[in-house]
Design a protein around this ligand. Structure first.
Ligand code: NI
Length: 196
């Protein structure tokens, strides 16, 4: 689970108590990323993988935490999780994204977190990204134009757009993104699951 946003999400009727997962990753401290994370980690006895600062907060609430920082990795379950930069803000710790390598499936995911476009996404692309989750909602993150430029840097096999449509200020049309993108795009419905 990365950045669960359920209880205050006007587009979601999922119950935090129904979520099962092995690991909870948190990219930064904004409430639409952090607020449900600790409860889900507690319910599942799952480690929180996040910045040193958010990990300290998790530990103070008697949760398991695996602290990492930009450029560092940690092995948890079947995953090797690396923290990468994000151009954003965060009250606690740095804003970040994650490169998540599943050793059993041999798949690599890039979850960009909340971020603007940055040139070092090319370096992230050099890691061989199978699936990239990229914000398209604009205003607080990249919009569609810059997300399309990010795709050219990251060169992923598949893109899942995210961080749009929960509030009017970040409305964006994922179909427009899909039409304009020269790589495969899958648009997920809220709560939809897909086996990789
Ligand atoms: Ni944010």
């Amino acid at each position: 689970m990365v950045d669960p946003f359920l209880s205050e999400n006007p587009r979601s009727d999922l119950d935090v108590g129904d979520i099962s997962c092995q690991i909870v990753c948190v990219t930064h401290s904004h409430p639409d990323h952090l607020d449900d994370a600790f409860q889900i980690a507690k319910n599942n006895k799952a480690p929180v993988v996040s910045s040193y600062e958010i990990s300290e907060l998790a530990t103070s609430k008697e949760l398991r935490a695996e602290a990492i920082n930009i450029g560092g990795s940690v092995d948890v379950e079947d995953w090797r999780i690396k923290m990468v930069p994000a151009l954003h803000s965060s009250e606690i710790g740095p804003p970040s994204g994650f490169i998540l390598k599943n050793k059993r499936l041999k798949k690599t995911l890039y979850h960009a977190g909340d971020t603007g476009l940055f040139g070092d996404m090319r370096l992230i692309g050099d890691e061989g990204i199978d699936i990239a989750m990229l914000p398209i909602g604009d205003r607080y993150t990249m919009g569609i134009e810059d997300a399309l430029r990010a795709v050219s840097f990251i060169r992923p096999g598949l893109i899942i757009p995210m961080h749009y449509g929960t509030r009017p200020v970040i409305d964006a049309d994922p179909e427009e993104f899909r039409k304009r993108c020269n790589r495969p795009v899958e648009i997920f419905k809220i709560g939809e699951e897909r086996i990789l």
